[in-house]
Design a protein around this ligand. Structure first.
Ligand code: SF4
Ligand code: SF4
Length: 188
């Protein structure tokens, strides 16, 4: 599976009680996506029980969201430990979580690399030079043949996050893949 270098220092995320892994609603666009390959890998390595995704991974979708678990007033990714405030599968978390606070968002028929506005860290560092370097690194991954093939199989990795994200860079190659996928699956 594709591995993405962490953008935000781990300590910052461990101290954050923000919007990752926990959500105000049960059905939310911000819940993590798992690709079928990622689920199979996690189950095969006994990192998560297959029951975590039972009834979901077999529905024909290549990309699925796990059912969120209610804990106190919030809904959590089932891979999150709310008492320790950390991901139980951190080293194996899906691509979607590795990419965050960046996301792939579609707007006006174009796919963009975008930054989630709800992450406090992105608000602080967007203008720093180091961000430029990291974004170039991400653009390299996102335009690689390997990634384009993954998106072809998992087009739902691209969502429309509307006004909740800052649109950074257009990704024309990814857009072409998504449009080709829509043309061959017009029900999407
Ligand atoms: S909201 Fe941002 S800083 Fe907080 S845990 Fe998520 S990625 Fe880390
Ligand atoms: S897989 Fe881990 S990082 Fe991703 S939402 Fe779940 S708990 Fe958070």
């Amino acid at each position: 599976m594709i591995k993405v270098k962490q953008f935000i220092p781990q300590k910052v995320c461990l101290d954050c009680r923000g919007c990752c892994c926990r959500y105000a609603q049960k059905d939310t666009i911000w819940a993590p996506f798992f690709m079928r390959e990622e689920i199979l890998d996690l189950v095969e390595k006994n990192i998560v029980p297959s029951s975590l995704f039972s009834g979901i991974a077999t529905q024909g979708n290549e990309v699925v969201r796990p059912r969120l678990t209610k804990y106190e007033d919030s809904f959590f990714c089932p891979c999150f430990d709310p008492k320790e405030n950390k991901c139980k599968i951190y080293l194996y978390r899906p691509f979607d979580c590795q990419l965050y606070p960046f996301v792939l968002s579609q707007k006006d028929n174009m796919v963009y690399l975008a930054a989630a506005e709800n992450c406090p860290y992105t608000q602080e560092v967007r203008a720093i030079e180091a961000t430029e370097e990291y974004i170039q690194y991400l653009l390299g991954i996102l335009s690689s043949d390997r990634f384009l093939q993954l998106v072809k199989k998992n087009p739902d990795l691209i969502q429309d996050y509307g006004q909740d994200v800052a649109y950074l860079f257009p990704l024309p190659k990814l857009s072409q893949v998504i449009h080709a996928s829509s043309a061959s699956h017009p029900q999407r």
